[in-house]
Write a protein that binds this ligand. Sequence first.
Ligand code: DQA
Length: 150
Amino acid sequence: MSAAKVLVIHGPNLNLLGVREPKVYGSHSLAEIDTMIRQEAAALDVEVRTVQSNHEGAIVEAIHKALDWAQIIIINPAAYTHTSVAIRDALAAVRLPAIEVHLSNVHAREEFRQRSLTAPVCAGVISGFGAHGYLAALRLALTLIEPGDI
Ligand code: DQA
């Protein structure tokens, strides 16, 4: 059986992790988080690709392109979580199972962060566990794939 293929999408400002509000988002850089993701993926025998963009349209296009390769999307839409109909519609359009991840617990923060436009088109949400959330999402991704899909 070939390995499951998972695309991880990091949204805007996540390229600044490590220096950006470390008390909220932790001290790991995005490169460190991607390394942790790759290590976990190797341990789980999952093929993983990661991408980061600060641009809504680029994220929409990454979701479209996922159809050519991935079986599952893990996405931290960052601020677009709370605003982007376009990213929500792209996730709904490709119909790949998706898991939404947030480093911080968005429900313990400002009211505007407590609404997610993207969560209703995802299988589930992991929020508040820092970088560990991505690793948990990778493990949970495997539960969303039918044996015949890979
Ligand atoms: C975030 C939470 C969002 O509200 C925020 O805009 C981010 C990061 C998180 O990972 O906790 O940029 O998605």
